[in-house]
Design a protein around this ligand. Structure first.
Ligand code: FE2
Length: 387
């Protein structure tokens, strides 16, 4: 499924066509665009881009929002600077406000909200055997390489980095290229073998079904990096499932189950190792547009909670369907993580699991915050627009 990308429209060549006061609002049109948009005068004064109202360096608001008259009205509306700016002179104090055409266009498209990125939902059939991948060398070489890799992760929910030196240090350097390594109860950069260092099934050789990490965390880790530094044994293949693809399937085939999964907040907890973490998430979280925001699913870590029996039964029914689909081989891809191939995946979308194994397996990795990944992508994309 392809989502529209409203926030990546190049804004450099957006110019104004008309601007006029109508029914107490300022209606704006842009050259070559069919859409018009109306802006409230109070909102416009609050978002003035002139130096007296928006700090030129920090881009922080300087206008005193609370001194703006609630019935503020324009005295003059002027298209200026080659149609690249809208000027408004205010009736009550004669102050002149400025608004870049591209700014108004951008707000008109998204209402200032984040728009779900371009995503290619996949299952086993559509993904095939060719996984999104780039060389470590390209990713580390320059911003263009990093942007391409992170865009792959954004589109598919995961991507591989081949030719990564099989060491904790090199894996950490790759993670830091993306964002801060997150400190959690497992440390920052972690590495483990099946030694049960923590009270978690990850630290055993048994099979682990598809799940997301940190359902017990209010801000679940946004991304996770895995790098197998050594493997000498059998089994242990990693499994990935596109949680948004599964959610999409349920949305189409069972709207009642989808309603339950997207509204019932499920508590989860981590109890042990001197901590008691607890948080609640719906299994399928949606954003303000109804687009997929986050999958939070780990049946091992679900904490006790109760609903009225009919609703509780509906929850168990929906949970069973979700679990059935995420364990259906039709939605799952498998890969053997080998020394040299690092995996970065979206822990808010892509569920991961592991087959049982015998032998020695040494894995390292890191958690990264979603906000840092998103920030890096915005900065890289803004840099690309300038060049
Ligand atoms: Fe995990």
């Amino acid at each position: 499924m392809l989502n529209p990308v409203a926030d990546t429209v190049p804004t450099g060549d957006i110019v104004l066509n008309t601007a006029r006061l109508i029914d107490g609002e300022v209606e704006v049109t842009w050259k070559g665009k069919l859409a018009s948009s109306r802006f409230a005068p109070f909102w416009l004064r609050d978002h003035c881009h002139a130096k007296h109202s928006l700090h030129a360096d920090t881009l922080q608001r300087q206008v005193d929002t609370f001194s703006i008259p609630i019935d503020i009205m324009p005295a003059q509306i002027i298209i200026a600077d080659g149609s690249r700016n809208l000027h408004i002179v205010w009736k009550h104090d004669g102050v002149r406000s400025e608004f870049p055409s591209a700014f108004l266009w951008s707000v008109a498209q998204t209402e200032g909200r984040e728009v779900a990125p371009r995503r290619l939902l996949w299952d086993r059939g559509s993904m095939g055997e060719q996984f999104p991948s780039m060389s470590h060398e390209q990713i580390m070489a320059d911003d263009a390489g990093l942007l391409r890799w992170l865009s792959l992760v954004e589109e598919h929910g995961f991507a591989l980095a081949t030719g990564t030196p099989p060491s904790i240090e090199a894996t950490q350097a790759l993670a830091k290229r993306v964002g801060y390594v997150r400190e959690t109860i497992f440390g920052g950069m972690w590495d483990f073998t099946a030694n049960l260092a923590f009270k978690d099934t990850a630290y055993t050789p048994v099979a682990i079904g598809p799940h997301t990490d940190g359902t017990y965390s209010i801000d679940s880790p946004g991304f996770q990096m895995f790098h197998c530094l050594k493997f000498d044994g059998t089994g242990g293949e990693s499994t990935l499932v596109d949680g948004f693809r599964v959610a999409d399937q349920i949305r189409k085939s069972d709207p009642i189950a989808f309603e339950v999964l997207s509204t019932v907040k499920v508590p989860a907890q981590y109890l042990g190792d001197g901590v008691h973490l607890k948080a609640e998430h719906p299994i399928i979280a949606l954003d303000h547009n109804g687009d997929y925001l986050q999958i939070a699913y780990n049946n091992y870590d679900r904490a006790p909670f109760r609903l009225p029996t009919p609703r509780m039964n509906a929850f168990y029914k929906a949970l069973k369907l979700f679990n059935q689909l995420v364990n259906d081989p039709a939605y799952e891809i498998t890969m053997r993580l080998a020394p040299g191939t690092a995996l970065l995946f979206d822990n808010w979308r892509t569920m991961h699991g592991r087959r049982a194994y015998q032998g020695f397996r040494w894995l390292c990795g890191a958690y990264l915050n979603k906000e840092d990944f998103d920030s890096k992508l915005r900065v890289l994309r803004a840099g690309q627009q300038k060049t």
